[in-house]
Design a protein around this ligand. Structure first.
Ligand code: AHN
Ligand code: ZN
Length: 322
């Protein structure tokens, strides 16, 4: 448990002979401890379904499991089943899965990740692998694994704000390198684009959103991403300040590292909710990691401790909302 902040409360109900007085009482914000073993097991469970390419058997089975887990944590589940058009015209059977905690609370924060995996290892060194679907332990699995553990903690002790866990589908079917003549930036983030145009509840809004993408590798490092900085600078400050307080300023680096098209862009530009991307991107070395969109994105590159750090930062941010 972590205790944070103090606050002056007007205490109109004070004891013996001290009526209506004002006193300072510590307002203890109890932040639950994030369990990294649990998060790791949730990543592994997804990977055990195999690739979660939209329309595949692994995708269907994983969707059912995600829904059942989140419902088991007491969330209200919204599913958006929709056919979305890929860059090449193929229709993808997609499902956005939204889990709302305390759904009638007007104070809300959204936590997002994509749950699908890439149909092609088009960044692999070996061209023979370019059409092989990836397992997406990091790219897909890690963000969802962290959010499932956050959901488990919310089930045990709810924060002051309502939380919406948004698992977007069809993020990672964007134009592959082997078809680069057809490249279209809008071919990514199809599920998030759909949700932004068709929110699960009419008039839905939230104070802000946090998107987790590729948060599980040992060499992960998080820079201030460009769209996040432009659309939601105060949210970046809030998260990076909290990470620094917790001792993670070496991982949440106070530098800018370019613009990344990701699910937070439609959330900002279409839904108009300030949303930041917490994404592994090291501009000084290997960008999204050497395993990115290769057959090496499997459980071997998942670092339990990194999942724990990201989850701890997220819990500390949302439990400090009043
Ligand atoms: C692009 O490569 C255009 N965006 C990175 C978003 C992404 C892909 N996240 C995971 N896979
Ligand atoms: Zn990807």
């Amino acid at each position: 448990m972590m205790i944070a902040s103090a606050m002056t409360l007007s205490c109109g109900n004070a004891k013996s002979g001290h009526q209506g007085g004002e006193q300072t009482v510590p307002m203890q914000v109890v932040v639950p401890s994030f369990n990294a073993d649990s998060a790791y097991s949730y990543v592994k469970r997804q990977v055990d379904f195999g690739p979660r390419v939209p329309g595949s058997d692994g995708h269907k089975a994983c969707a059912a499991w995600l829904e059942q887990k989140l419902a088991g944590f007491g969330a209200k589940i919204y599913k958006q089943n929709v056919q979305l058009q890929r860059y090449d015209g193929a229709l993808l059977d997609a499902v956005n899965i939204i889990a709302s905690f305390d759904p009638d609370n007007v104070k809300r924060v959204m936590l997002c990740a994509h749950w699908d995996t890439r149909p092609w290892a088009d960044n692999d060194d070996d061209p023979a692998n370019h059409h092989t679907p990836i397992l997406g332990a990091n790219d897909g699995g890690s963000g969802v694994g962290v959010l499932l553990e956050v959901a488990r903690q919310i089930a045990a002790a709810k924060p002051a704000v309502g939380i919406d866990i948004m698992l977007f589908d069809a993020e990672d079917s964007g134009t592959p390198r082997f078809d680069n003549d057809d490249y279209d930036d809008r071919s990514w983030c199809l599920g998030a684009q759909y949700w932004a145009h068709n929110p699960h509840r009419q008039g839905y809004t939230a104070r802000y959103g946090l998107l987790l993408d590729m948060v599980g590798a040992a060499d992960a490092v998080f820079y201030r991403e460009g769209f996040s900085q432009d659309y939601a600078p105060s949210v970046i400050d809030k998260v990076w300040d909290k990470a620094a307080q917790l001792g993670y300023s070496h991982l949440f680096v106070n530098d800018f590292a370019g613009y990344i098209s990701d699910d937070h862009v439609p959330v900002n530009e279409i839904a108009r909710i300030p949303c930041i991307d917490i994404i592994h991107n090291d501009p000084t070395t290997t960008g999204f990691g050497t395993f990115w969109h290769t057959v090496d994105d499997d459980m071997d590159i998942i670092d339990k401790q990194m999942l724990g750090i990201v989850g701890t930062v997220v819990l500390n941010v949302i439990y400090n909302e009043k």
